[in-house]
Write a protein that binds this ligand. Structure first.
Ligand SMILES: Nc1ncnc2c1ncn2[C@@H]1O[C@H](COP(=O)(O)OP(=O)(O)OP(=O)(O)O)[C@@H](O)[C@H]1O
Length: 738
């Protein structure tokens, strides 16, 4: 719903919602079970510090850490705070503004059992423990009694929102549920809500007691006496004063005193069934209250006032034309840490809500105006009757004496009527004793007298009724100052004004302090950003150092690898040279020592074995050009057989059968050669080979060249000296070997 924009809040100056935090003392139970206190209050700095319980996380307690939360409010009160101090410092100025015609709201928000009711109502029977509501009663009536120029009308209402339904706590019928109505100009109000005009503190106290008796309370496992409903006590103060134009001007101030239900999360209360529904609805109102606060703080165009009864009723108090104080209550013990943190965060946000309070002047529906008009009307009627009476008196005054009736008051009127009655009685007696009239005439005269008498009695009765009504109405309008010495009153009034001024200065100081705090927070966050950039630089520098170290290591490794590679390459080159050398040697040998046809056969047989990665010679049997087959004997045997042998095997040849032939061993001839013992290669050839091998690039080996160089020397050498000096002999050697 859009923000209210009724005429009443137009033009009001922006004013923040005041937020006050109060922490109650440790209960006996908490003390006995040795609970740790996690809340610190610094009244001077208006600071609340909440520490995470020691067993719930690290021991770190730095101001920037997550474990310590600092909050600043308009006022903060610790467990030793007095009810009177809370009232004087926070509520008094607001109640004064209500007497001036502003709307005001004080609401207590917090977890069950943290002191909302104690702060709002307290213990009424003990003067020192009376809370904000009873203190405001005394304050209002005391102020009125000191007022010299104004007439007041004070009325009170008391309602409860329970399970999202509204109940009039002052109604006879407690089953009746009331509805909210919205007036385009006057905003939201509860239809049919009863209100009681009260003329003094005892009367308004009585109203509260009656309402409290009707208030729903229930027990949860958190706190037996916990209130599960939102209670709103409304005091409307109307005042009238004659203005410079000589006409009465009316102002209406409305004070909402709200004791909200416990704000704790439902899981903790262990609610189920009806209690669950109850908790859900209570939480609905509270969560909508949270949404409203958020929307107002964030400056949203849509504020969800309509989402709950509570927020609809408090619409003017939040972002409207009211002066508002939120009192957030917290428990000091460690087990309340999470709830206290939630409450403090909630309260901290509420500080940023801006209202536009302004005086409600001459509203059309002011009860005081109706009273004044009715009294005036009745007085007028009385006067007119008086005039009529006086006229008749003048008319009936037989002795002709003229009376000054203009100045006659009510007593005069009574006296006049009494005189009239006495006169009628006198006339009646005279008629009774008259002798010169007949009976019929006498009776007619007496009847006329009787009629007149009845009329006078009726008039008397009417007047009494009107007078009573005027008195009754006037008694409800309170006017102070009659019994107070004006001087003292003025002094006190100026004192109060000074107090208000002090409160206003303090409020401005608080706002300035808040702004300072906000700037400090911004500075801190900038510092944090700076610290984080610094940290980033440090981090990057460390990474860079690390990287340059590993780069150095890699460089060293690279050098190692290059070195290893270089030496491996050198080795490979040497190996390659060696292989080339050998290859040249083999080439040399092949070209010079292997016959050409043999070389060609070998070349044909040569193949590369992929698996073994080397050249191999093909199997001879598989060669197409293998040796010619051995010749067979005439009859197809592998070898020719002697006739004898044939005779033994072939039975047909009977010629040899009888011969006695002895199988003798063959005599081997004695050896005529010797094994070669000399050098394999003649020194000359060896020298030629070595010479050729010296030049790696080109091996020149031609035995003929060598032979031509050595010429005759070689020819002279003994061909039997064991050498193969002639290449031709080499070939011969190869042939011999084969
Ligand atoms: N500031 C305080 N000084 C002393 N006693 C306190 C204070 N605040 C609360 N207490 C005590 O703590 C108890 C719980 O307080 P109270 O009933 O006011 O809590 P509550 O928040 O109103 O709970 P609920 O949500 O049930 O209404 C009461 O016994 C009350 O007397």
């Amino acid at each position: 719903m859009p923000r209210p924009s009724t005429a009443s809040n137009k033009g009001g100056k922006d004013e923040s919602v005041q937020v006050v935090v109060r922490c109650r003392p440790m209960s006996e139970k908490e003390q006995d079970s040795g609970c740790e206190r996690v809340v610190d209050i610094d009244g001077q700095r208006k600071q609340v510090t909440l520490r995470r319980p020691r067993n719930e996380g690290s021991q770190r307690m730095s101001s920037s850490g997550e474990d310590v939360h600092n909050f600043y409010f308009d006022y903060v009160y610790d467990w030793n705070s007095k009810q009177k101090d809370v009232y004087e410092q926070t509520a008094r100025a607001l109640v004064d503004f209500v007497l001036e015609g502003f709307n005001g709201t004080i609401f207590a928000y917090g977890q069950t059992g943290t002191g909302k009711t104690f702060t709002m109502e307290g213990i009424r029977s003990q003067p020192d423990l009376r809370g904000i509501i009873p203190s405001s009663f005394a304050h209002i009536f005391d102020s009125i009694s000191r007022s010299t120029s104004r007439q007041f009308l004070v009325r009170a209402s008391y309602l409860e929102i329970y399970n999202e339904s509204i109940r009039d706590l002052l109604s006879r019928d407690q089953n009746k549920r009331l509805q909210l109505q919205e007036h385009p100009k006057e905003g939201v109000h509860v239809h049919d809500l009863s209100s009681f005009i009260t003329k003094n503190s005892p009367e308004i106290e009585h109203v509260m007691t009656t309402g409290n008796l009707n208030r729903s309370t229930g027990a949860t496992n958190m706190n037996e006496h916990s209130s599960r409903s939102h209670a709103i006590f409304v005091i409307t103060v109307e005042s009238s004063e004659i203005g410079a134009d000589g006409k009465p001007h009316i102002r209406v101030g409305k004070l909402n005193l709200v004791d909200l239900a416990g704000s704790e999360r439902q899981a903790k209360t262990g609610s189920t069934g009806d209690r669950f529904k109850e908790a859900t609805n209570i939480n609905l109102s509270l969560s909508v209250l949270g949404n409203v606060i958020s929307a107002l703080v964030d400056g949203n165009s849509h504020v969800p006032y309509r989402d709950s009864k509570l927020t609809r009723l408090l619409q003017n108090s939040l972002g409207g034309n009211s002066k508002t104080i939120m009192i957030a209550t917290v428990g000091p013990a460690n087990y309340n840490y999470e709830e206290s943190l939630t409450t403090l965060r909630y309260a901290n946000r509420a500080k940023n809500i801006k209202n536009q309070p302004r005086i409600n002047e001459d509203p059309k529906d002011a009860l005081l105006r109706k009273f004044q008009e009715e009294i005036a009307r009745l007085k007028d009627r009385l006067e007119n009757k008086g005039k009529g009476g006086r006229k008749s008196r003048r008319h009936k005054n037989r002795d002709g004496t003229e009376m000054d009736n203009e100045a006659s008051d009510q007593d005069d009127e009574e006296l006049f009527l009494k005189e009239q009655q006495d006169k009628l009685n006198e006339d009646k007696r005279t008629i009774m004793h008259k002798k010169n009239i007949n009976e019929t005439e006498r009776e007619a005269m007496l009847r006329q007298l009787e009629e007149q008498k009845k009329e006078i009695e009726r008039e008397q009765d009417d007047r009494r009724k009107m007078q009573h009504k005027i008195l009754e109405m006037e008694s409800k309008l309170i006017t102070g100052g009659k019994d107070i010495i004006t001087h003292t009153s003025e002094q006190e009034q100026s004192l109060r004004q000074k107090r208000r001024q002090i409160a206003e200065v303090e409020r401005r100081n608080r706002e300035a302090q808040q702004q300072l705090q906000q700037r400090e927070e911004e500075r801190q966050s900038m510092n944090e950003t700076y610290t984080s950039i610094k940290e980033e630089v440090e981090d990057k520098r460390a990474k860079r150092d690390k990287l340059s170290k590993s780069l150095k290591k890699l460089d060293a490794k690279k050098q190692d690898i290059i070195e290893k590679h270089r030496s491996a390459r050198e080795e490979l080159e040497a190996e390659q040279r060696e292989i080339q050398k050998q290859s040249k040697l083999f080439q040399l040998i092949i070209e010079n020592f292997i016959p050409v046809d043999e070389r060609e056969r070998l070349l044909k047989r040569i193949q590369f074995d992929e698996q073994q990665n080397c050249f191999t010679l093909k199997e001879l049997s598989k060669q197409a050009d293998q040796m010619a087959s051995r010749p067979l004997s005439a009859n197809g045997d592998r070898r020719s057989a002697s006739v004898y042998a044939q005779g033994t095997t072939i039975p047909e040849i009977a010629r040899f059968k009888d011969e006695n032939v002895i199988l003798l061993q063959l005599d081997f001839p004695s050896r005529t050669t010797r094994d070669y013992e000399g050098p394999m290669v003649s020194p000359m050839i060896q020298a030629a080979i070595e010479n050729a091998m010296k030049d790696e690039e080109h091996i020149e080996l031609d035995a003929n060249t060598i032979l031509s160089k050595k010429g005759t020397k070689k020819k002279k050498s003994n061909p039997n000296n064991g050498g193969y000096g002639d290449i031709q002999t080499g070939r011969g050697m190869n042939s011999a070997r084969r």
